[in-house]
Design a protein. Structure first.
Length: 386
């Protein structure tokens, strides 16, 4: 089988789908990775993968350039004689599946990792785009040989109620997985939390809809209570996303003394080992990989009772849930973990157990390849029937 994996950034392919690509190659399949150009393309090639830069601009709404991208993909899939195309995130999922349908690719898999800006934002532009995006999704995800992979039950319900896909073509797979051998508790760490300042981390792209304003507001509240807590932000702004936080705003928070902004961090396990808790007050997710990585490291989690987030945290079992856009509840949850080390330890241990059982990368890769096999077997039955 020749599989084409198409994503909206080379960074995504490198950080989220490397295990899948490697497993396919190890099984004897051919893999072509496709994304807009970026610094991780060379890293993918250095690891021995075929990678091609796509003429794609993530924020483009120009119908001519978007049509040009679909035609480029159509030509690529025909030239490569692809047996399967798998697109990740809404734009790549739609365009990859649409181009695959036009090119006659037998198997088309689309992984929508969260419903994205168009479905989560209340901005006028997002509301105006929704009917058009729904219509295009129906076209792209229709026809034979198609599967839509979603990461949580809320998104599944949304697309089925909107009539975007046939329910029988939807599969639920919990994220892209995490390497639970690399992301593991630091057994040699013996931090005297009573003597040291409590450290709380929010690790994500610097987007407003990750709940970063609520994180900042919680920091202000707890600083006013004279608590010894360090608030850390890890991640960079995302200029390709309309919800990106300006760097000037981030630096203003640093100058105010509210947070430490670390920017992009390469060694995330080391960072997780240096903190006491991880929070993500997001408004909506597919399934947040940063939370799963933190869970695998045995850290207590605080997140929102929102789609995707509640798939990772069972309240009072392996983390704490707070309402969306509620900085007061967020502050109280953080304070609770600081005040009760035994609770934090219990939640962290349970989070690690859940990560091993549900989110390990090997489990996710097997489930994804099972979807490929399902389509392959269906295709063989159709050929024999004729």
């Amino acid at each position: 089988m020749k599989a084409v994996l198409f994503a909206n950034s080379d960074w995504y392919l490198y950080n989220f789908r490397l295990n899948l690509a490697a497993a396919l190659c190890d099984a004897g399949h051919q893999v072509l990775l496709v994304s807009p150009p970026g610094p991780y393309g060379e890293k993918l090639q250095a690891l021995g993968f075929r990678w091609i830069a796509a003429p794609m601009r993530r924020r483009s709404l120009n119908p001519f350039s978007e049509l040009g991208l679909v035609l480029w993909l159509w030509n690529l899939l025909r030239r490569e004689r692809a047996d399967l195309v798998h697109g990740f995130t809404i734009k790549c999922a739609v365009y990859g599946s649409l181009a695959g349908r036009l090119a006659g690719v037998p198997a088309r898999v689309s992984a929508v990792t969260g419903m994205g800006y168009v479905f989560t934002s209340d901005a006028t532009k997002a509301r105006l785009l929704r009917p058009l995006v729904r219509a295009v999704m129906r076209m792209a995800f229709g026809g034979p040989g198609v599967r839509l992979i979603l990461q949580n039950a809320d998104d599944k319900k949304l697309v089925e109620q909107a009539g975007i896909v046939e329910p029988a073509t939807v599969r639920l797979i919990a994220g892209s997985g995490v390497d639970c051998r690399r992301f593991s508790p630091d057994l040699n760490r013996a931090r005297a939390s009573i003597a040291l300042r409590f450290r709380v981390l929010l690790a994500s792209r610097m987007l407003w809809d990750k709940g970063i304003q609520e994180f900042i507001d919680a920091a202000r509240q707890l600083r006013a209570e004279h608590r010894d807590i360090d608030f850390l932000l890890a991640g960079a702004p995302d200029p390709g996303n309309p919800a990106s936080i300006p760097e000037t705003t981030l630096r203003a928070w640093v100058e105010e003394g509210l947070v430490q902004w670390l920017g992009h961090v390469d060694d995330m396990p080391a960072l997780f080992h240096s903190v006491d808790a991880v929070v993500l007050p997001s408004y909506r997710e597919g399934l947040p990989k940063g939370l799963v990585e933190a869970a695998a490291c045995g850290l207590p989690l605080v997140t929102t009772d929102a789609p995707g987030c509640r798939e990772v945290v069972t309240p009072e079992v392996d983390g704490l849930l707070v309402p969306v856009r509620d900085s007061v509840a967020l502050a109280r949850a953080i304070a609770r973990l600081q005040d009760d080390p035994s609770l934090a330890a219990r939640l962290g241990a349970a989070a690690r157990a859940k990560a091993l059982a549900n989110f390990d990368a090997r489990i996710i890769v097997w489930r994804t390849i099972d979807v490929y096999r399902e389509l392959s077997q269906k295709r063989k039955r159709q050929l024999w029937a004729h």
